[in-house]
Ligand binder design. Structure first.
Ligand SMILES: CC(C)(COP(=O)(O)OP(=O)(O)OC[C@H]1O[C@@H](n2cnc3c(N)ncnc32)[C@H](O)[C@@H]1OP(=O)(O)O)[C@@H](O)C(=O)NCCC(=O)NCCS
Length: 348
């Protein structure tokens, strides 16, 4: 069954415009957008020590682990690091800088681990096009640039999801932007959150490699009480609206590339899981086949989620630090038996 939606591809919005909306609270005028694009482009630079650290990372380290470690290290070289955490302008500067730097770290690490030279940024390109250039070494086609840009728009922010919550909690202790984004990256990594897109593609790859029937494969997972990555959502009970656009993008890219099998396999699984378990596809399900068709390695999928979501994380941190209050939820922690009297170790 093919589902239609009004294609986001027909809009003229860009990831940069969405970042403006998130950081400044409204859509930009033409000259404001131009100025933000310029600021993002100007921040396409990494301290030599960061490149050094990337080169020192084990070549088999997961991109998300490298990103988490390197974002933490970026704070050492941030010109606004010493300004107060509640300094709004400094936090906006950090948001812009981190957005440019995170994309560069992901692209640079992928090249370094493959023994390829890092690619210099091109400051005349959009955020999406520059990322693909730095990743692949060649300027992307207009179709690839637009597809990635749309994926970045769709992933940029999403209410109080787990990683954004982690970022806000960290910021709310009056810690700083880099610590908050580092917490968020560690949180995004898990397969119940951003890591689900990688898990989806590993299933598609396994089905393809073994020649298994997609429905039988998923049935077997359900029989073993395994969760199917890319389905279900804590908040949505109807379809995740982002999945609607990503499904269409996966289909269009599959057709355009002459390799529609990943989309077709995904759709077969989706129809079965929906009918059998009444579960809808979420943002991660079709982003897997979309990224693969764009030629991106599977272990970069979650890192690309971070390339986009940094826009939302930083917007939340700016808001939190503009008017801070400690976030301190209560929990039903079971913990050790209570009450317990303290007895010296030798008398226990
Ligand atoms: C997103 C997710 C963590 C939400 O979890 P949740 O709100 O806690 O929902 P629950 O885990 O309580 O699930 C409710 C029921 O639906 C089932 N379910 C939820 N997601 C499922 C999935 N992906 N595959 C199979 N069953 C699923 C659960 O097994 C549970 O069934 P039960 O009541 O018979 O035990 C969960 O749907 C999931 O693990 N999805 C897969 C990972 C994923 O795609 N994450 C990205 C989210 S954007």
């Amino acid at each position: 069954m093919t589902r239609e939606c009004s294609p986001i591809a027909d809009t003229t919005s860009t990831f940069e415009e969405v970042c403006y909306l998130l950081w400044f609270g409204r859509l930009p005028k033409v000259d404001e957008l131009k100025a933000l694009k310029q600021r993002l482009a100007d921040e396409r630079k990494l301290d030599a020590s960061i490149i050094n650290l990337l080169q020192l990372a084990p070549k088999d380290a997961l991109p998300m682990d490298v990103l988490r470690t390197l974002v933490s290290a970026l704070s050492f070289y941030d010109p606004d690091f010493d300004r107060s955490n509640s300094d709004h302008d400094a936090n906006v500067n950090k948001a812009i800088r981190l957005t440019s730097q995170i994309a560069m770290i992901v692209a640079n690490y992928d090249r370094i681990r493959k023994g390829k030279p890092v690619v210099e940024p091109d400051r005349s390109l959009s955020h999406a096009a520059n990322f693909l250039l730095m990743l692949n070494g060649t300027a992307p086609s207009k179709t690839a640039e637009r597809a990635l840009d749309i994926a970045l728009i769709l992933h940029a922010d999403h209410e109080l999801n787990a990683s954004t919550f982690a970022a806000r909690i960290t910021a709310a202790t009056l810690s700083d932007m880099h610590s908050a984004v580092t917490s968020a990256i560690g949180t995004l990594k898990g397969p119940l959150h951003g890591g689900a897109n990688e898990a989806v593609f590993k299933i598609l790859e396994d089905i393809d490699a073994t020649g298994a029937d997609p429905i039988e494969y998923v049935k077997a997972m359900l029989a073993q009480k395994k969760k199917i990555p890319g389905f279900g959502h804590r908040v949505y009970h109807a379809e995740d609206p982002r999945a609607t656009h990503l499904r269409q993008m996966s289909r269009d890219l599959g057709q355009a590339s002459g390799d529609p099998k990943w989309f077709e396999m995904s759709q077969e699984i989706e129809d079965f899981v929906k009918a059998e378990k009444k579960l809808n596809a979420n943002v991660d399900f079709y982003s897997a086949s979309t990224y693969h068709t764009l030629g991106i390695d599977v272990d970069l999928f979650t890192a690309i989620f971070a390339v986009s979501r940094v826009g939302g994380w930083t917007a939340h941190v700016i808001e939190q630090l503009d008017d801070n209050r400690l976030i301190r939820p209560r929990a039903d922690y079971i913990g050790p038996v209570y009450p317990q009297k303290y007895v010296a170790a030798e008398k226990r």
